[in-house]
Design a protein around this ligand. Structure first.
Ligand SMILES: C[S@@+](CC[C@H](N)C(=O)[O-])C[C@H]1O[C@@H](n2cnc3c(N)ncnc32)[C@H](O)[C@@H]1O
Length: 239
């Protein structure tokens, strides 16, 4: 059964798989993977739930760090690719909002998937429920400054200077974003929406970083310094 709910993921799956390749896209390869790996390696995590796992790249990375993984994603074609690349892996078709795990995971990961979830409160509640007491919720997300920008990204002002215009910051809303054959719906929410929700679950913030690129095209590095793209947060469920 395909669970596409017209958020564009089913139609974008082939282009997404090409875009990720072996090493991930620019943001993963040059910005997020290294600090995300640093948070999972050598910490003694035994099992992890990757919510919105896509084609399974971060599950495979976690397995190489000795962690047993379960991946959940509603996009059938992405899960099929995950299972093709990792036939022994545990991948489940489903949505964060309706997944139903007990408090069984040392680590729950959302790697650039919170922005894809229409019901954030429902999704976070299920993620927290899946964590054992003392467990860790590791989140990489697009910053709210970024998602408050126009869907076409950077534009030139009247003098021809590239600008990134943030507007309607406080208004939660879905926007369609398009790049290299991918067209999906992302949700903009103010940062306080995320933080308040996580705090209200009694989680404790252990890490908040805005990682910068470590390589690649100099123009892209410069843009990441002008406008924050990503942040990583780590939250702990009280023991
Ligand atoms: C930007 S991709 C990230 C995929 C993967 N985590 C990675 O970093 O490569 C977002 C993923 O969220 C999934 N997704 C969309 N809606 C979701 C939902 N309600 N619950 C869980 N995952 C969802 C999409 O199918 C897609 O695989």
């Amino acid at each position: 059964m395909n669970e596409d709910v017209s958020d564009g993921w089913a139609a974008s799956a082939v282009a997404w798989i090409v875009e990720q390749g072996e090493d991930g896209d620019y943001g993963r390869r040059f910005v997020l993977d290294a600090p995300m790996r640093a948070r999972i390696e050598g910490r003694g995590f035994r099992n992890a739930l990757d919510v919105g796992c896509g084609e399974g790249r971060f599950c495979r990375i976690m397995q190489r760090a000795g962690i047993r993984t379960t991946g959940v994603d509603p996009t059938e074609a992405l899960l099929a690719r995950a299972m093709e690349l990792d036939p022994q892996g545990d991948y489940r078709l489903g949505r964060a909002e309706t997944m139903d795990f007990g408090a069984e995971f040392d680590l729950v990961v959302s790697y650039l998937s919170l922005i894809d979830m229409p019901d954030l409160a429902g999704s976070v509640a299920r993620m927290v429920a899946a964590l054992r007491p003392g467990g860790t919720l590791l989140i990489a997300n697009l910053t709210s400054f970024n998602t408050a920008g126009p869907s076409e990204g950077w534009t030139r002002d009247g003098e021809g200077v590239l600008r990134f215009v943030i507007d309607h910051y406080m208004d939660e809303r879905p926007t369609w974003v398009t790049w290299r054959g991918i067209r999906v719906q992302n949700w903009h929410r103010p940062l306080s929406t995320y933080m308040t929700l996580l705090l209200d679950h009694g989680l404790q913030l252990r890490l908040f970083v805005e990682p910068q690129p470590t390589g690649g095209d100099p123009d892209r590095i410069a843009r990441h310094r002008r406008v924050p793209f990503f942040h990583i947060m780590e939250w702990q469920k009280p023991a």
